[in-house]
Design a protein around this ligand. Structure first.
Ligand SMILES: Nc1nc2c(ncn2[C@@H]2O[C@H](COP(=O)(O)OP(=O)(O)OP(=O)(O)O)[C@@H](O)[C@H]2O)c(=O)[nH]1
Ligand SMILES: [Mg+2]
Length: 627
């Protein structure tokens, strides 16, 4: 056990923030490697901080994670944050633990929506910022121009003179190199300039070691051995094993609730590990295990033990730190027990009790999600920030052996002064010039307002639209088609505005199977010209299952199970050699985006199917015309 007491002026707490994919996790890898946190027999893989299965597969960071390195005699606590906007709520909380940030910007892409979002949050908190222009090895890098764009962004966000005077470091995170000047590119072979800049420009924590213990829980983590871990920066006083402390949380009515406990499982970060400590000092990031039901925003404060005289006692509640604001959910999805004819064949967890328990468990560690019961015991509502967030949880759960069905994501409206307001989004598109007309029309049809056009004459155009979040549902796949896969599509939250009217959802109808049976190439061959198929041949289908998208705007009920009449003669003709176009298979994200209000996405460990809520052909709602 180490006494992890660091002098305040030897501690630095920073977060790495950026738009998605600009290289945060890669940079943290190399900061870890070069600081010598790993013993020589430990090999460091790529993007080690992305430790979750889904994070590694998708190449994105979903949860913010802590680490710490020793550099000279300094301890630098580093938090890697997610860049995707669905997980943007994480970043905001994380910033309460740090005193400075490295703002990473891709040298070719320049500042993008999430760059703006995270920088705004950092500036609002008055944090010291270091700008890192990353990926300068890209052949299309334009580091100097991007630096100017970053500077413009600071001005636009109302940064003061001191904030605008930020230090700049250029980097190739992937090679573990940083430089003060672009000309030094050939001579630098390490991240030394970045470490030095962090030590010099990021202040030590502004905390009070002499006062009573105060700490606010800013992040939760999980260890196989220790269970749930609560993470926070010590705001005043220190934490010692054996001392009495109290957790201040909220009860069901939203009032503060106090529970005292004896500090036992106490840790700090060292590299990728949490190491036991008997003391953690003011300003450092502490990790606590074994505190039941603790959650983000709770405070941990000093509790007077029996040695404190009556006269010196204090009320622990007066030490509570203000609770962090958590972004309101903007969208909700209904989670149902799977009741399709093929239900229960693959999953181990299929009951409403299991589903309910699992969803509630998720909301305990993921504060951006909220759970709601419905009148129907087999249906639950989960509110959150985006479709990707829901898709990630669904993927996690199917791997755990769950089966369930998801409804169409619904936007959450707000009532203000008797008027309905809806969430808006700023969509920033970078597209080939040839698609400008169609894309503009596509966005305007969905109540998108063109805010800005930038054409630098490179054959690509940047368009900015303000559009209701509703309008974006189902738009991404069409966007990719119209730009022939060359478009970049980024969005950011743009607050609430009065309801904009109907935006329409999907233009095309569904191709629906009208009976049970296995799909068959003979039966499906004729359907190909009427739309796009979602399933291959020889898979189980049922009445009411959607097997494709129709070219027309109406649903079409079809029989994909039709087999060729068998004759006594074996003939070789062209029907035996039917080769179907590969289907557009359903994925979680595409499925959630595509389904309409009268449809569900059926999720099992092995299959994803789209179905009608009401399966019977003759039971469909009147408004849907059936051929
Ligand atoms: N050319 C080049 N590519 C880089 C560099 N740094 C990172 N990359 C690549 O950029 C991609 C994204 O890197 P990550 O480190 O996962 O990015 P991130 O910012 O953590 O992404 P999110 O956590 O999902 O927001 C990976 O394929 C990296 O290999 C660099 O300096 N140059
Ligand atoms: Mg990452």
């Amino acid at each position: 056990m180490s006494s992890s007491a660091f002098a305040l002026n030897k501690i630095r707490n920073i977060a790495i923030i950026a738009h998605v994919d600009h290289g945060k996790t890669t940079l943290v890898d190399h900061l870890l490697r070069q600081a010598g946190t790993f013993r020589s027999n430990e090999t460091v893989g790529d993007r080690v901080m992305d430790s979750g299965d889904l994070e590694r597969e998708r190449g994105i960071t979903i949860q913010a994670k802590n680490t710490a390195v020793l550099y000279k005699d300094y301890k630098i606590n580093i938090v890697d944050t997610p860049g995707h906007s669905d997980f943007g709520g994480e970043v905001e909380r994380i910033l309460s633990m740090v005193d400075g940030v490295c703002l990473l910007v891709d040298a070719a892409e320049g500042p993008l929506p999430q760059t703006r979002f995270v920088l705004r949050k950092a500036l609002e908190r008055g944090l010291k910022t270091i700008v890192v222009i990353n990926k300068i090895d890209r052949s299309d890098a334009r580091a100097q121009v991007v630096l100017n764009e970053v500077f413009d962004l600071y001005i636009e966000l109302g940064a003061n003179d001191e904030q605008c005077d930020f230090p700049v470091v250029y980097a190739i995170a992937r090679e573990g190199k940083a430089f003060y000047k672009l000309e030094d590119r050939e001579t630098s072979d390490s991240l030394e300039p970045l470490y030095a800049t962090i030590i010099k420009h990021v202040p030590h924590p502004n905390v009070n070691p002499e006062a009573k213990l105060q700490l606010s829980i800013a992040n939760l983590s999980y260890s196989e051995y220790l269970g749930r871990l609560a993470v926070g920066r010590i705001q005043s006083g220190n934490l010692k094993v054996g001392a009495m402390a109290a957790v201040i949380s909220l009860d069901d009515a939203g009032n503060p609730k106090l529970r005292s406990f004896k500090v036992q499982g106490l840790f700090t970060y060292q590299g990728l590990k949490q190491v036991p400590a008997d003391e953690v000092s003011s300003g450092d990031i502490a990790v606590l295990s074994g505190i039941e039901d603790i959650t983000i925003g709770d405070s941990i404060v000093a509790f007077p033990d029996s040695s404190v005289s009556q006269a010196d006692r204090w009320d622990p509640l007066t030490l509570a730190l203000p609770r962090m604001k958590i972004d309101e959910p903007t969208l909700q999805v209904e989670w149902r027990v799977n009741d399709s004819p093929l239900a229960g064949r693959e999953g181990q967890h299929v009951t409403s009790r299991k589903l309910r328990e699992r969803l509630i468990k998720e909301t305990m560690t993921n504060v951006a999600l909220r759970f709601k019961e419905t009148e129907n015991a087999d249906r639950f509502i989960l509110m959150g920030r985006g479709e990707l967030q829901m898709a990630i949880l669904a993927e996690q759960m199917r791997r755990e052996g769950f089966e369930f069905a998801l409804g169409q994501p619904q936007i959450l409206y707000k009532e203000e002064n008797g008027e309905t307001h809806e969430p808006m989004e700023l969509a920033i598109l970078d597209i080939p010039e040839f698609s400008q007309g169609t894309i503009t029309q596509m966005f305007q049809l969905r109540k998108g307002m063109l805010m800005n056009i930038i054409n630098r004459g490179s054959g690509r155009v940047r368009l900015e639209f303000k559009i209701p979040s509703r309008g974006l549902i189902g738009l991404r796949s069409r966007f990719m088609t119209e730009t022939r896969g060359e478009g970049l599509f980024n969005t950011m939250n743009a607050g609430y505005e009065p309801f904009k009217g109907d935006v329409g959802h999907r233009i095309n109808g569904a191709m629906v199977c009208d009976r049970s049976g296995d799909t068959n190439s003979y039966g499906m061959d004729g359907l190909q010209e009427r739309g796009v198929l979602f399933v291959p041949e020889r898979v189980a289908a049922y009445e009411g299952m959607v097997i494709g998208e129709c070219n027309k705007d109406q649903d079409l009920w079809v029989n994909p199970t039709k087999a060729k009449q068998l004759t006594n003669f074996r003939t070789v003709n062209k029907d035996d050699a039917i080769v179907l176009t590969p289907p557009r298979l359903v994925t979680l994200e595409r499925g959630l985006e595509w389904i309409a209000d009268d449809e569900l996405l059926e999720v099992t460990p092995k299959n994803l199917r789209i179905r009608k809520k009401i399966l019977a052909k003759n039971g469909q709602p009147k408004s849907k015309k059936i051929e």
